[in-house]
Write a protein that binds this ligand. Structure first.
Ligand SMILES: Cc1cc2nc3c(=O)[nH]c(=O)nc-3n(C[C@H](O)[C@H](O)[C@H](O)COP(=O)(O)OP(=O)(O)OC[C@H]3O[C@@H](n4cnc5c(N)ncnc54)[C@H](O)[C@@H]3O)c2cc1C
Length: 279
């Protein structure tokens, strides 16, 4: 197998055109397992981890952006990124996995239980995709089309995740997950919430909720958001919101958990995440 280290996005795109049976690799924490299990056998790996432009977290005029090759550990140990993103990254694997694994790899791998997906959806991240033929910007919620399936073309690189209407240091978002044990565990269910209260009141002005592992793709729970918007929340309203959540999710039973279990725990996870930011 040939292993290439482009130093720029341009060079990576040249390789993807010239090397026919090739695949991008970042941290390799998902891809190497797929290769060793024989699911894919690329002849050439194009390593994105030495492209400086993909490794930066930067402020922008409107918010901030995160390069696709930024590691999960850099996000987990950030003091200023949105809380749900930090919590999502912190919950992934072990320190070794977080030191290698990248935000871009988690997104492009598109596992329904990926712990970065719900956070980037509630933060309304925009994915910048670059191919030899041009650039496009896709809302995170439109990127996933099935388990491990995305709209990414073979010759496209996810270069950055851009957050436009957000500001660093915001603490109005939250992430929770449950797995079979406390540490190093894959999500049976995960949930991310972003919310904004009306000034000097407890009324919800705006809210975004996304859940993972309860449908083939991460789901934005728009009906629940509409139900909660404009309300001042008490336990009764929260209980009713749980019924709306139950109507919107489509969990299956698999090796990690049964459909019933997923339906049961999502309510507790949602309430826990909600209460952290709605005080
Ligand atoms: C022991 C273990 C525990 C884990 N625990 C968790 C967990 O708790 N939660 C969780 O969500 N995940 C978990 N994972 C999965 C994994 O660590 C993450 O999904 C990680 O973020 C993948 O990033 P990577 O850089 O290693 O991706 P890679 O393996 O390098 O790539 C994954 C896929 O994305 C493509 N790709 C990568 N970057 C780009 C890019 N910039 N543009 C285009 N395509 C790209 C690759 O071609 C490949 O198809 C675990 C994995 C292991 C081995």
């Amino acid at each position: 197998m040939k292993y290439l280290f482009p130093k720029s996005i341009k060079e990576a795109l040249e390789y993807i055109l010239s090397e026919k049976d090739s695949k991008f690799i970042a941290g390799g924490t998902d891809l190497i397992i797929q290769i060793s299990d024989g699911f894919i056998i690329p002849q050439v790996l194009i390593d994105l981890s030495q492209i400086e432009k993909l490794k930066k977290i930067e402020r922008t005029e409107e918010g901030f952006k995160i390069g696709a090759a930024v590691t999960l550990e850099e996000i987990a140990s950030s003091k200023f990124l949105p809380q749900c993103l930090i919590q999502g990254a912190k919950s992934i694997g072990s320190p070794q996995i977080r030191n290698l694994g990248t935000i871009g790899g988690n997104i492009c791998n598109a596992s329904p239980c990926g712990d970065i997906l719900a956070p980037i959806i509630v933060l309304e991240g925009e994915l910048i995709l670059i191919s030899p033929y041009g650039e496009r910007e896709v809302p995170a919620k439109d990127f996933f089309i099935g388990p491990k399936k995305t709209i990414l073309a073979k010759n496209e690189i996810l270069t950055e995740i851009v957050f436009k209407k957000l500001f660093l240091n915001e603490r109005n978002s939250s992430f929770r997950k449950i797995g079979k044990r406390n540490g190093q565990t894959i999500s049976q269910v995960n949930v991310a919430i972003w919310l904004k209260k009306r000034e000097k009141s407890n009324e919800i002005e705006d809210i975004r909720i996304a859940v993972g592992s309860v449908a083939p793709i991460p789901l934005r729970l728009e009906k629940v958001e509409i139900f909660l918007k404009g309300r001042t929340i008490n336990q009764e309203i929260l209980k009713d919101a749980l019924k709306v959540i139950d109507e919107q999710i489509k969990p299956i039973s698999d090796v990690r958990a049964s459909e019933n279990y997923r339906r049961m725990v999502i309510g507790s996870l949602f309430q826990d995440a909600f209460k952290e930011i709605y005080k």
